[in-house]
Design a protein around this ligand. Structure first.
Ligand code: NCD
Length: 311
């Protein structure tokens, strides 16, 4: 039976059906076991992944490239981050997509403009994966976040989850709230007034019967939450530097904070962190952010193998 994801672009989490999400999580778990037991996968031998990162990235890029190598495939990369659509040559992403077909079997793109992954995908025949488009979406991060929650909590259903920080500009929380919304959570959206979750996302969740509490009080939300997902204030999306300076230190999770939070709370963060989680918190057993980062490899292995039909 062909995979439910074969030939598909991964652009927005809204396009993912429950069975496709389960398939990614199950495949990732299987791959993680193989790699953990010293095994090798060679299912992408002779295939090429193109990584086009026009906006800075360490984790997403390295996990995608590591994932492809662990599947036995190869990687080609655009390393000139200034070569974006508005760059020196003015090349359109649609045309880049047309060319990619000749060079690679699958592509992942990160770009500062919302909708950029879609433009590349419109040109390309090979599957295109959105590795973050501006303040828009980051679907593969949301899938690895789900995978992490499942592993840490043993389930995805009926969890109280706080998403905190820059909910306006953070693409990870945009994707995660759509995706986790399928599993009947109660959400606390914690941010300063200026950085609230886009109203269309909150409204869509409420229309689906999901309980969403919007507040600026992190302590109160954490006292009731199974999972706290912290995010950094997204400096690169601010037009007013003073506004960024005013908001950047608004939430800090430290050991004292953890003591007042719900017992056993899991702390997540897509990374990079700035000051919103103190380093002392790393020793707390519920701090899952580095495990979350490591989970990026098996989850992205699964995504690459499934969309190319190699699984
Ligand atoms: C996130 C991103 O790029 O949106 N990072 C990541 O992919 N791990 C979060 C962030 O940059 O704050």
């Amino acid at each position: 039976m062909p995979s439910a994801l074969k030939g598909k672009d991964i652009l927005h989490v809204k396009d993912l059906k429950l069975e496709q999400i389960s398939l990614v999580l199950e495949t990732a778990a299987r791959y993680e076991n193989v790699v953990a037991n010293g095994g090798r996968l060679n299912i992408m031998a002779g295939k090429v992944l193109a990584t086009l990162f026009f906006e800075s990235s360490i984790q997403t890029r390295l996990t995608f490239e590591s994932a492809m190598l662990r599947l036995g495939g190869n990687v080609v990369s655009v390393t000139d981050v200034k070569a974006s659509t508005s760059g020196i040559k003015g090349e359109r992403l649609y045309d880049t997509g047309k060319m990619i077909d000749g060079y690679a079997d699958v592509a992942v793109i990160r770009h500062a403009l919302e909708g950029s992954a879609k433009e590349l995908a419109d040109g390309a025949n090979v599957p295109v994966i959105n590795g973050g488009d501006g303040a828009g979406q980051h679907p593969t991060q949301a899938l690895m976040d789900l995978y992490t929650i499942q592993k840490e909590k043993g389930r995805l259903n009926n969890l109280n989850v706080t998403l905190a920080g820059d909910l306006k500009n953070g693409r990870t929380v945009h994707s995660l709230s759509w995706l986790l919304g399928k599993f009947g959570p109660r959400f606390y959206f914690v941010s300063p007034q200026e950085l609230r979750m886009p109203p269309e996302i909150t409204k869509a969740l409420c229309d689906d019967g999901i309980e969403v509490v919007e507040t600026s009080n992190l302590e109160e939300a954490a006292a009731k939450s199974d999972v706290l997902y912290m995010t950094r204030i997204q400096r690169e999306r601010f037009t007013d530097e003073q506004e960024y300076e005013r908001l950047k230190g608004v939430y800090v999770v430290n050991n004292e904070f953890i003591q007042n939070a719900r017992r056993g709370i899991t702390i997540m963060h897509p990374l990079p962190r700035l000051d919103e989680i103190a380093r002392e918190v790393d020793a707390y057993e519920g701090s899952a952010y580095f495990r979350q980062a490591a989970n990026g490899v098996p989850v992205r292995m699964a995504i690459i193998a499934l969309v190319t039909g190699c699984e």
